[in-house]
Design a protein around this ligand. Structure first.
Ligand SMILES: C[S@@+](CC[C@H](N)C(=O)[O-])C[C@H]1O[C@@H](n2cnc3c(N)ncnc32)[C@H](O)[C@@H]1O
Length: 277
């Protein structure tokens, strides 16, 4: 690809999503955008860029951004955060919120939905009393196609074979044709929403738990800081933030304190305010 076209695409992706494509990852532009170009009858990526330059705000732009997100995920990914939530954090938060019986949870980069559904299955198995609580569960992602997939809750045989215990598969999903469909009750329990972390956020409830795993790795430090500060601002003083297992805050100026719980790192606002029920 012509260098000016590569630069145009890199800048488009960075300014719209925060995703920084390092030089060694440039091959992803060709690999992921060629299918888009062919699908749209544009021949190759060079022609796709030409079209984008002529109409930079059209649906083609959304298709390009969608294709450039990495949506790798699986059920109960990394397991440790789920152990920490089950064994320590949720019992503690439920005791503290016993009066209001309200819990706000946000899966901030939910991809095709495996993370929010894993959490909901875990809650249903271990904390059945939550069914009478006011559980506000938001799951969001920048990718419209991922949000549509997550909302549909349909998974392939390959996807359900990754991390999902067999007992959960038979209990919470049913076979529909070649796919597996998530239980309707669980699907209804989540509010799925397109939300771009690098654009202004909509008004959100103060969260008890935020899962923002495996997205910061794609951003530069300034973007990471901005997003983490905002996340901190919508986290309760005694709430918990989870990042991906390889994501660290080293060198970032954010008021978050790292703690290890049941084998998982998680973060809390540094100057913790007393727990308000
Ligand atoms: C690797 S997946 C992580 C999914 C899940 N949290 C997990 O750990 O398995 C990263 C997700 O971040 C989303 N993403 C990338 N940039 C984003 C942005 N600016 N705002 C919101 N989501 C974004 C992608 O669409 C993708 O679904």
């Amino acid at each position: 690809m012509k260098p000016e076209n590569t630069n145009y695409l890199r800048e488009l992706v960075r300014s719209a999503t925060g995703i920084v494509l390092e030089v060694e990852k440039e091959y992803l532009l060709e690999a992921r955008l060629s299918p888009v170009a062919h699908r749209e009858g544009l021949g190759d990526v060079e022609s796709l860029v030409e079209m984008l330059r002529m109409n930079p705000d059209g649906v083609l732009r959304d298709m390009v951004l969608d294709a450039m997100t990495t949506n790798e995920t699986s059920f109960f990914r990394d397991l440790h955060p789920f152990d920490a939530l089950r064994q320590t954090i949720l019992p503690q938060l439920m005791e503290r919120r016993a009066e209001t019986r309200t819990l706000n949870i946000w899966s901030a980069v939910c991809s095709s939905g495996q993370e929010p559904y894993s959490l909901l299955m875990m809650l249903s198995e271990n904390f059945p009393e939550l069914s009478s609580w006011n559980l506000n569960f938001l799951a969001s992602d920048v990718s419209t196609s991922m949000i549509e997939r997550a909302r549909a809750g349909r998974y392939s045989q390959f996807e359900v074979s990754r991390g999902l215990p067999a007992s959960f598969l038979v209990k919470y999903l049913s076979k529909v044709g070649q796919s597996w469909e998530m239980d309707a009750g669980l699907r209804k329990a989540v509010k799925f929403q397109v939300l771009n972390l690098v654009q202004p956020w909509p008004a959100l409830p103060t969260m008890d738990i935020i899962m923002m795993r495996n997205v910061l790795i794609y951003f530069d430090n300034a973007t990471k800081e901005k997003i983490l500060r905002k996340a901190c601002g919508c986290l309760r003083g005694d709430g918990y933030l989870f990042l991906g297992s390889s994501e660290v805050l080293m060198g970032l100026d954010v008021a978050l304190q790292r703690t290890s719980i049941d084998g998982s790192w998680c973060y809390q606002p540094e100057s913790r305010t007393p727990a308000v029920p």
